[in-house]
Write a protein that binds this ligand. Structure first.
Ligand code: C2E
Ligand code: CA
Ligand code: CA
Length: 430
């Protein structure tokens, strides 16, 4: 059996785990720190300069941490650019936090060196650390490493710090994620998802002229799980596609039913998750719904969030064109919430721009926000794009939007998202 990794000379991962297990068994009063690191943007080095340079970088990386060999118990390359090192910390030496800060400093120093040497200004070391002591004896080596790996994933998502200490709350996050993603199939089957509607108001007439469909998840015990909590998780698992399709179908069927009963209807907008852009089946699904329900295409709109356009401009453009060819309008959601690009407004043929509620902060309106809102509305007007402002909570805000000519408004000032039955009563009153 090959005991060592040929490229770096480090232990094979299985050998590392055996050694770590033994060290953990005889831990005594000491602590063992497991330091799990990967190199962000390493793939770029391989892709640009070839594997030889990539290999040299990995060896270079290993040489760096072997300089402090006396502290190291064992080390391995888990795969590719993922390394794990176990070191001993005596009881009276550094605290866990001090140790993390030292590794963080070392990472930053080496990042600077590597960025110059390998001509890549984005290389970054992401490190997670888990520390075990005699109290965590029940842990096996593999779990200790996977805890460090979990902390590394958290580090990878952070903008600045690149070194994170594992703590138990990270497990809580994972437990919640598993709980949510594993209950989605049942929730769909049992119809635990409901569509709520938030009215959109015409600024001039103050009439209800449309609504946004927002999903709500009511568990069998009656409690609600809100979209901000579960949507990011089911986007990661891909299940958002099924949930979105469910919402679309409910809305199409709702409109169809009302039309058949001769009742009043207003256009409803539906949210499109970024996940749809990876496969683009969404367009076909919408087409199928249109064929099945035969409602006028002007009764549905689709909202794509601003960041979708920035991350996937090509696919977003394709989707917009596809929706337009079906006669469906598209809005840019959350405009202004991220790194909005004014440029995009002229590049993409969108019909409606939804100004994010960041422009409407709590309390009195700020002069700077007033200026931005009026400029965006003005620009949209010149580009023949309809503007709608979200998150309107006060009369002052609503009046200002009227002053600057923002055509539509949506927000708690008019109505919160409401269940279908309440929404139907509201349309009736008009
Ligand atoms: P969004 O598309 O920006 O939806 C607007 C959110 O702002 C809604 O939160 C709404 O309740 C809230 N809101 C509306 N007016 C006000 C206001 O005056 N003040 C404040 N503070 N908030 C207001 P909700 O329903 O919790 O949805 C959150 C996000 O979840 C949505 O943001 C959307 O990105 C996503 N989402 C909701 N339903 C769906 C869905 O069916 N599919 C997909 N893909 N995403 C959805
Ligand atoms: Ca939306
Ligand atoms: Ca929005």
């Amino acid at each position: 059996m090959v005991m060592r990794d040929i490229l770096t000379g480090l232990d094979q991962y299985e050998v590392f785990l055996e050694k770590l297990e033994k060290e953990m068994e005889q831990i005594g009063e000491d602590r063992i720190a497991i330091v799990y690191t990967d190199i962000k943007h390493f793939k770029y080095i391989n892709d640009t300069y070839g594997y030889k340079v990539g290999d040299a970088l990995l060896r270079d990386f290993v040489a760096g941490f072997l300089e402090s060999e006396e502290l190291i118990l064992c080390a391995a390359r888990v795969y590719s650019d993922n390394f794990v090192v176990a070191g001993r910390l005596s009881a009276d030496s550094l605290t866990n936090e001090q140790f993390r800060d030292i590794i963080n400093q070392a990472n930053m120093k080496r990042e600077t060196e590597f960025r110059e040497k390998y001509l890549n200004s984005r290389l970054q070391f992401c490190t997670g650390i888990s520390v075990t002591d005699k109290n965590s004896r029940s842990l096996d080596a593999e779990t200790a490493v996977s805890n460090a790996n979990l902390a590394r994933k958290v580090a990878k998502e952070m903008e600045h710090d690149s070194c994170v200490l594992f703590d138990q709350s990270m497990m809580e996050g994972i437990r919640r994620e598993v709980e949510i993603t594993s209950s989605i199939p049942r929730a769909l089957e049992q119809k635990e998802f409901q569509v709520y509607f938030q009215p959109k108001i015409d600024t001039d007439t103050l009439e209800l002229i449309g609504a946004e469909a927002l999903v709500r998840w009511q568990k069998p015990d009656g409690s609600f799980v809100y979209p901000d909590e579960f949507i990011p998780l089911i986007e990661r698992s891909g299940q958002i596609v099924d949930v979105d399709y469910y919402v679309y179908r409910e809305v199409f069927s709702f409109l169809d039913k009302r039309l058949k009963e001769g009742k009043k209807v207003v256009p409803i907008s539906l949210n499109v998750s970024r996940v749809h852009l990876q496969k683009m089946h969404v367009l076909q699904y919408i087409q199928e719904l249109l064929e099945e329900f035969r409602i006028p295409c002007s009764l549905v709109e689709f909202e794509l969030t601003e960041s979708i356009y920035l991350d996937n401009t090509e696919q977003a453009l394709e989707l917009i064109k596809g929706l337009h060819s079906l006669g469906i309008k598209v809005s840019m959601d959350d405009f202004g919430s991220g790194y909005s690009s004014l440029n995009l407004l002229s590049k993409l043929p969108i019909d409606i721009i939804k100004l994010d509620r960041v422009f409407l902060k709590e309390g009195e309106m700020q002069e700077s926000d007033r200026i931005i809102i009026s400029c965006v509305v003005d620009m949209a007007k010149k580009l023949k794009i309809t503007s709608l402002c979200e998150g309107v909570e006060t009369q002052e805000q609503s009046n200002y939007l009227k002053e600057v000519g923002c055509q539509m408004q949506q927000g708690f000032y008019f109505s919160r998202p409401i269940p279908q039955a309440v929404f139907e009563n509201l349309i009736k009153e008009q």
